[in-house]
Ligand binder design. Structure first.
Ligand code: FES
Length: 514
């Protein structure tokens, strides 16, 4: 099948969650303001922090560069689980049993907190308990699953080792974590937003934080030049918008993955599934607006800007879905960007040792529902002066020799290679060669540029040199963005920043065509 002509793939990517729930809209910040705490970023970590602080009577202001919950949080598959891939055997080997047990407990407490919050806020959000499975299909991973199961037993995790799944997918074995959960994330976030506002918190959208001035108070400066002076700033912007010499760009790897929402021929029996092997395959179901099951098929991840044609990732998921269930209809597709730390454990806490009043939460890998909630609990406790049992696990200034140094060297060698590769790629296309709906690297006055022609025939031309640290962006055909292979910045066809760490847009180059 020619995927570029497939009707399923011609619509703009839009998550099912957003289509089925409307969040309230908030104004842009248009004055200076002095709250107790400024929270930057309206995803799960920022919203949970603001929710908990507003409940405790703190004067909280939350700002978001776009709309609330429109980043990774809004593009999740919304599995609420402590089963974060094959992680527990690895964590025991790197950090020991006590650390790993606390990691598991912290995530399970986050799950319990979410369940409790649904009850206290009286939210109906399709929350159901589900068992979570990681399965293997090869000898190599069969062994890893057995090791993971042994790690579960050591940690006292309620689990099973099985040789068959409830779905019709041949596997070698699978490790089950019992009593995990799934829900409709936007219904939950709407309840948090309503509660923040009811408790006196203020929310501003379309308000981009540019930098932080550190003085007597901690001052966030917005793109429009307004100031938010507060005792604490919480950076929950996915990639931290302010680095404070913390070197986050060198310690976070951006990873893109894809989701299809499909109607299937075979009945989906329940359960949440994840393949141990790469490329990953993830499955769960939710309820569509007509009450039918909508199966979410996720995975096919790759480092941002370094994959094949992005439409092929959706195609790979569709092929898998057809093999397992038979797909009647592809109703939704969307993609997400996750950040992975050097040792796979998120950074949650003070930005650096020198910044006790600037707090950060990032690097949730793909497990932001529990880890983002846990981050909200840890950061709000920090502000309130409460002891939190799990904060020491996630201290951002940690740098353990293994595996961080090896990963640091590998990631930065990859960045250097991408930097060189981009500079050496000589484009052969010219602006006039670009067809409607096409994006491509073109040569403009001897310079590498990116061109895109929209449905009306209008041509956008940008300098593809990333404004973060100078790597060359490549075209993301699935999402119609320019993606940087080095640290994952993404830009719209007109050059505006979609995702950081870059803060400045790509330069427009249309003038050079004349
Ligand atoms: Fe760092 Fe582009 S994101 S160079």
């Amino acid at each position: 099948m020619d995927i570029h002509n497939n009707k399923s793939f011609n619509q703009e990517p839009e998550p099912f969650w957003r289509e089925s729930v409307q969040l309230p809209e908030f104004p842009k910040l248009a004055q200076n303001i002095s709250p107790d705490v400024t929270v930057v970023g309206g995803g799960i970590a920022g919203l949970t922090t603001a929710y908990l602080l507003a409940q405790e009577g703190k004067k909280v202001v939350l700002i978001d560069a776009g709309r609330l919950v429109n980043g990774t949080t809004g593009h999740t598959t919304a599995k609420i689980t402590a089963q974060h891939g094959l992680i527990y055997d690895e964590l025991i080997n790197h950090f020991g049993e006590e650390f790993t047990k606390k990691y598991y407990e912290g995530n399970m407490k986050a799950l319990a907190f979410m369940e409790q919050t649904l009850q206290t806020e009286n939210v109906e959000c399709n929350y159901t308990k589900q068992d979570a499975y990681i399965y293997s299909t090869t000898d190599q991973y069969n062994n890893k699953i057995e090791k993971e199961y042994k790690a579960y037993q050591k940690l006292g995790i309620s689990s099973d080792l099985v040789e068959q799944l409830p779905i019709d997918l041949p596997v070698q074995n699978a490790v089950v974590m019992k009593n995990q959960a799934q829900f409709h994330p936007l219904k939950y976030f709407k309840a948090l937003v309503d509660s923040i506002v009811t408790n006196g918190g203020q929310i501003f959208e379309q308000t981009m934080a540019k930098t932080i001035n550190e003085g007597e108070s901690t001052q966030v400066v917005t793109e429009d030049g307004y100031h938010l002076d507060s005792e604490y700033v919480v950076i929950a912007t996915h990639f931290p918008f302010y680095d404070g010499m913390g070197g986050y760009f060198a310690r976070l790897k951006p990873d893109r993955s894809y989701v299809l929402g499909v109607k299937t021929n075979k009945e989906y029996p329940g359960g949440m599934y994840l393949s141990a092997e790469e490329p990953t395959r993830s499955l769960r179901f939710t309820e569509d607006s007509d009450g039918d099951k909508l199966v979410l098929i996720g995975g096919d991840n790759h480092k941002t800007g370094q994959g094949k044609d992005t439409l092929e990732h959706y195609q790979a998921l569709e092929t898998f879905g057809n093999e397992v269930f038979g797909i009647r209809e592809v109703k939704y597709r969307w993609s997400a960007q996750d950040l992975i730390t050097l040792d796979k454990v998120p950074y949650i806490g003070p930005l650096t040792k020198k910044h006790p009043a600037i707090l950060v939460a990032t690097g949730f890998r793909k497990w932001g529902m529990t880890l983002g909630t846990l981050a909200g609990q840890i950061l709000s406790d920090h502000v309130l002066g409460n002891h939190n049992l799990y904060s020491d696990l996630f201290t951002p200034s940690r740098f353990k020799a293994d595996p961080s140094i090896r990963k640091f060297a590998k990631e930065n060698a990859n960045v250097a290679a991408q930097l060189m590769k981009g500079k050496l790629d000589i484009p052969t296309k010219k602006a006039d060669d670009i067809q409607i709906g096409e994006g491509a690297i073109i040569l403009v006055n001897g310079r590498r540029c990116g061109g895109y022609r929209n449905d009306e025939g209008e041509l956008y031309v940008v300098d593809t040199t990333c404004t973060h640290m100078g790597c060359e962006c490549s075209w993301n055909h699935g999402d119609h963005t320019w993606d940087c292979p080095c640290h994952g910045s993404r830009f719209a066809v007109d050059g505006t920043v979609v995702e950081g760490p870059a803060k400045q847009p790509l330069s427009r180059m249309e003038d050079q065509l004349k």
